[in-house]
Ligand binder design. Structure first.
Ligand SMILES: [Zn+2]
Length: 71
């Protein structure tokens, strides 16, 4: 595979439960960052490694049955 490898990952705000989707991009160099909930400003995810997250979007479940996640 040449170039960037992008994957989508999903996170839930630990405080208000709002779901987010972010694009994870592999990097040759180490990156780090954090993302805070856009509603309650609690930290949703932080990362450090040979990848970066960007393009954070709210991932609202369309039906209540899909609202339950592993955690
Ligand atoms: Zn929140």
């Amino acid at each position: 595979m040449a170039g960037s490898i992008w994957t989508t990952e999903f996170f839930d705000c630990p405080n208000c439960g709002l779901g987010y989707a972010a694009t994870k991009e592999q990097h040759p160099a180490k990156r780090s960052g954090t993302f805070n909930c856009q509603v309650c400003e609690v930290k949703v995810h932080d990362w450090s490694g040979n990848y970066d997250f960007f393009d954070w979007k709210i991932d609202q479940p369309k039906a209540p049955v899909f609202g339950k996640r592993w955690a």
